[in-house]
Write a protein that binds this ligand. Structure first.
Ligand code: CA2
Length: 152
């Protein structure tokens, strides 16, 4: 069976496509999910795509990931910059992690330059709007295929 990748999205990402297209691109989260599902099929992986505005739910999903998923792709939204709880869950989750952001967080306000998620992630893709999710899935598929997921 194809390895399953859990794609997690944090707060306010459900609003995508309605505002700030210059920063986040014009796609809705449903558009991004559809592109991920299409891309995953070509990469030989499966995708489960989730969004929550709740920090606790995000932590619970990360804690449960190892049972059903080979890797996590995560855009933790604003929790990226604030949440030690999300970081601790990621550090304990036991599966490889790729961080993704729609915008280039390093070109934006100073408070967006620091990411707690990066401390647990193998790598981070930012600045490519919705396409970044497909790039992240490609990176994960390659890591799983080559065993590079075990590098740490
Ligand atoms: O660039 C990213 O993907 C972010 O994770 C998006 C977060 C932001 O807090 C991070 O610094 C960078 C915000 C997502 C909220 O997106 C909205 C989209 C349209 C309207 C309102 C919010």
């Amino acid at each position: 069976m194809a390895p399953m990748i859990l794609v997690l999205n944090g707060p306010n990402l459900n609003l995508l496509g309605r505002r700030d297209p210059k920063v986040y691109g014009g796609d809705t989260l449903a558009d991004i999910e559809a592109a991920c599902v299409r891309g995953a099929a070509g990469l030989g992986v499966g995708v489960e795509f989730r969004q929550t505005n709740s920090e606790g739910r995000l932590v619970e999903w990360i804690q449960q990931a190892q049972a059903d998923f080979a890797a996590i792709v995560i855009n933790a939204g604003a929790y990226t910059h604030t949440s030690v709880a999300v970081l601790d869950a990621l550090l304990a989750c036991g599966v490889p992690i790729v961080e993704v952001h729609l915008s280039n967080i390093h070109q934006r306000e100073e408070f967006r330059h620091h990411s707690y998620v990066s401390k647990a992630a193998h790598g981070m893709i930012c600045g490519f709007a919705g396409h970044g999710y497909e790039l992240a899935l490609e990176a994960v598929a390659r890591m799983l295929e080559t065993g590079n997921a075990d590098k740490e």
